[in-house]
Design a protein. Structure first.
Length: 99
């Protein structure tokens, strides 16, 4: 069980897993690598140019991973494959706030 799951495409300022790369000089977002297939997700001028999925979860006291935080990124294809296997489809909503 998890008590805090955040699912979004927003990129955290610092990523300890080092799957997100920033330019040393400009501190601009340079690349994101899909955890599943190692595909590089295109980034231009610090903006993500295609679909990506950033998942992060903090496992709390009642989990078997007490106090551990997990995070990962998936390209759109890997995300689609992931949700294809769901018994209950994802909740889908129109959003005007495009990233
Ligand atoms: Zn992928």
């Amino acid at each position: 069980m998890c008590d805090n799951a955040i699912v979004s495409c927003k990129i955290p300022k610092e990523d300890k897993s080092m799957k997100i790369y920033f330019d040393d000089n400009t501190k601009e977002l340079k690349a994101i690598v899909c955890n599943k297939c190692k595909k590089e997700i295109r980034v231009k001028n610090g903006m993500i140019m295609e679909g990506c999925f950033h998942g992060s979860v903090r496992f709390g006291y009642f989990s078997r991973k007490d106090g551990t935080e997990h995070s990962f990124d998936l390209c759109e294809e890997c995300y689609d494959k992931l949700i294809e296997g769901f018994a209950i489809p994802v909740k889908e909503e129109e959003t005007t706030e495009l990233l």
